[in-house]
Design a protein around this ligand. Structure first.
Ligand SMILES: Cc1cc2nc3c(=O)[nH]c(=O)nc-3n(C[C@H](O)[C@H](O)[C@H](O)COP(=O)(O)OP(=O)(O)OC[C@H]3O[C@@H](n4cnc5c(N)ncnc54)[C@H](O)[C@@H]3O)c2cc1C
Length: 505
């Protein structure tokens, strides 16, 4: 490894999705110099995979419009708290949701265009767990692409923002008194360098690639969790991994798979087993629009009952399907399915990390100078189970808040980092880790499976990570260990943590 000279900025942001770019743009517009680190290829309008979950988001953004008489922040908070199964922080939730409309309005000022009716009002759909239609969308089911496009365009044209693509954050740098002073990054050619700033924001997204198949992009490998935990930051609620009930079924295919948005069920699509019977009949009063954990378990129950490897989503009666759901149309065409005439084969898939790095209302972690926003953070909004379409909103709101915190910290003493120890880390081979996690720490868990998984992860060979893949595999191993220890400790079934050997909460 060759170490280059350090770069300095007022703010360093790790991650170029909704949370990271929102933070970067807001801070830069307040006069801050910002460095954004992105291990992905970077944004190009013609690139169909910029490496962020944000880009792939389909359903939309759950937001209360002030002039919608049917809705209120209190009702949105209630729905969120119900989905969170008793672990949601109600104060944090009401505050984040309450700031939602202002955050969306800023995004629109920055160039985002949402679908509107002929009266000029937002078109709104409904998703699981929402008691009213409050999910706004863009390009039909291409909401994330619109969010990514508008934020990236704004960030890339800003003179005070420097985006460094294909740069992999490997370590949070701490000063002698334990304050975060930046990050060490590696680039593909073996160089490392340090980015120093009074404020560091982790906005690295989720960790879906702990499992064989996931809706997440390739880079969702838990890096931010591992970076923060290794630096000594607190993490919580790691056992709550949300499985989306409807990921496209493809026999034996690993890695990222197409999501079949819940908005389809909001528009009347129904889940049926391979014999044509309803999957959710008698399971929950909200039927196919019950919270995700409920529907995902109904799907696996139906699969066990019929012996099939999937169930079907029947969306054949949705009119104008290809225009309203272009992303799903393109995704299922890959396996030769036309949703207007065919049933869509679906299975539950690893989708969202509800827990993460513990932050306060401003996004501050337990380490001074270190902030977290977006999917990597645990603000208390999601509790034991995220309400659909709350995460883009959380990224927008918390991205603004961490920027505001950084603005308040500008002009602190110029940071310098203490010595960086080159340590050996447990690194499990990715395929094995994914198999073990899928077998023992997915939708259903028990003490025996989790214990053997903990033993497997703890005995993973220790070595110094050298390549970007090594760093990701080390992050997956640390993140998986945190998930498994939390799942072992929670001796009850709650939200998206289902213990077959323990009762419901
Ligand atoms: C298929 C799909 C559909 C979804 N649909 C919706 C929806 O309709 N509504 C909704 O609210 N939510 C939805 N979600 C969830 C939502 O999209 C994500 O939770 C949210 O976009 C996460 O944003 P983020 O900024 O935290 O992370 P991301 O958008 O994932 O961005 C993470 C960034 O961090 C970078 N990064 C990671 N590690 C490193 C490292 N070590 N060094 C440097 N850079 C790093 C990545 O390259 C990337 O730029 C969906 C998710 C998926 C996968």
């Amino acid at each position: 490894m060759v170490a280059d000279a350090a770069l300095r900025a007022d703010l360093v942001v790790v991650g170029a999705g909704v949370a990271g770019l929102t933070a970067a743009v807001r801070a830069a517009e307040a006069g801050m110099s910002v460095v954004v680190l992105n291990k992905g290829r970077g944004w190009r309008p013609d690139d169909l995979d910029p490496g962020t979950a944000t880009y792939f988001a389909q359903g939309g953004i759950a937001v209360v419009e002030p002039d919608n008489d049917e809705d209120s922040v209190a009702l949105h908070t209630r729905d969120t708290v119900v989905a969170g199964a008793g672990l949601t922080d109600e104060v944090a939730t009401a505050s984040i949701l309450g700031d939602g409309f202002a955050a969306v309005s800023t995004l629109i000022d920055w160039g985002a265009r949402f679908d509107r009716g002929s009266d000029g009002r937002f078109l709104r759909t409904r998703e699981g767990g929402h008691s009213v239609r409050r999910v706004i969308h863009a390009g039909g089911d291409a909401t994330g692409a619109q969010v990514q496009r508008s934020l990236a365009t704004r960030a890339l044209s800003h003179a005070r923002i420097r985006v460094i693509d294909e740069s992999h954050a490997q370590q949070v740098l701490l000063s002698a008194d334990g304050t975060a002073v930046g990050v060490r990054i590696g680039s593909g050619d073996g160089h490392t360098s340090d980015i120093l700033a009074p404020t560091t924001v982790l906005a690295t997204g989720g960790a879906g690639h702990m499992y064989r198949a996931t809706t997440n992009p390739l880079g969702s490998t838990g890096d931010g969790i591992a970076l923060a935990y290794s630096a000594g930051a607190a993490v919580a609620d790691m056992e709550f991994i949300q499985f989306h009930p409807t990921m496209l079924y493809r026999s034996g295919v690993r890695g990222r798979r197409t999501l079949i948005t819940e908005a389809l069920r909001g528009e009347g699509a129904i889940l049926v087993d391979v014999d044509g019977h309803s999957v959710t009949d008698g399971v929950h009063p909200l039927g196919d629009l019950a919270p995700r954990d409920v529907v995902a378990h109904a799907v696996t129950t139906a699969m066990a009952r019929t012996g099939a490897e999937h169930v079907y989503l029947d969306a054949r009666h949705i009119s104008d399907f290809a225009r309203r759901f272009p992303t799903v149309t393109a995704g299922v065409a890959v396996i030769g399915v036309d949703p207007s005439t065919d049933l869509i084969p679906v299975v539950p898939g690893a989708h969202y990390l509800c827990g993460g790095i513990v932050t306060d209302a401003a996004g501050a972690t337990s380490i001074p100078g270190l902030y977290a926003a977006g999917e990597v953070a645990r603000t208390g909004l999601h509790g034991a189970n995220r309400l659909a379409s709350n995460s883009l909103l959380e990224g927008l709101v918390m991205g603004r808040r961490v920027a505001d915190a950084a603005i308040g910290r500008k002009g602190g003493a110029a940071p310098s980092n203490g010595p960086v120890a080159a340590t050996e880390l447990p690194i499990a081979p990715r395929g094995d880790l994914q198999n073990q996690m899928s077998d023992h720490a997915a939708l259903s868990r028990d003490h025996i499976g989790l214990s053997s998984l903990a033993e497997y992860l703890q005995s993973a060979p220790r070595r110094r990570p050298r390549t970007a893949t090594d760093h990701e595999d080390a992050a997956l191993t640390v993140t998986a260990l945190l998930v498994v220890h939390a799942a072992l400790a929670r001796k009850e079934s709650r939200g998206c943590h289902h213990r077959t050997d323990e009762p419901g909460a």
